[in-house]
Design a protein around this ligand. Structure first.
Ligand code: ZN
Length: 70
């Protein structure tokens, strides 16, 4: 019998306030697109300082602070 495995995506965050770091894992099922859920893009709360802010994928293009990620 073969070993079993699954794939998951890890989203790594750095707080815009305290610069603390945390991660969020999401199971990768067939057809899954690795995009942070819209609800989390709009409001994510830092587990360290409880600051809530939007989340922007990094790195972004230079001189691009309009919310457009690469
Ligand atoms: Zn924080």
């Amino acid at each position: 019998m073969p070993h079993k495995y699954s794939v998951e995506n890890i989203y790594q965050f750095t707080c815009s306030n305290c610069k603390g770091w945390w991660s969020f894992a999401q199971m990768n099922q067939i057809g899954f697109k690795p995009i942070l859920p819209v609800k989390m893009q709009q409001n994510t709360t830092c587990p360290h300082c409880k600051h809530t802010d939007s989340a922007l994928r990094f790195p972004v293009k230079e001189n691009s602070f309009t919310g457009t990620a690469f």
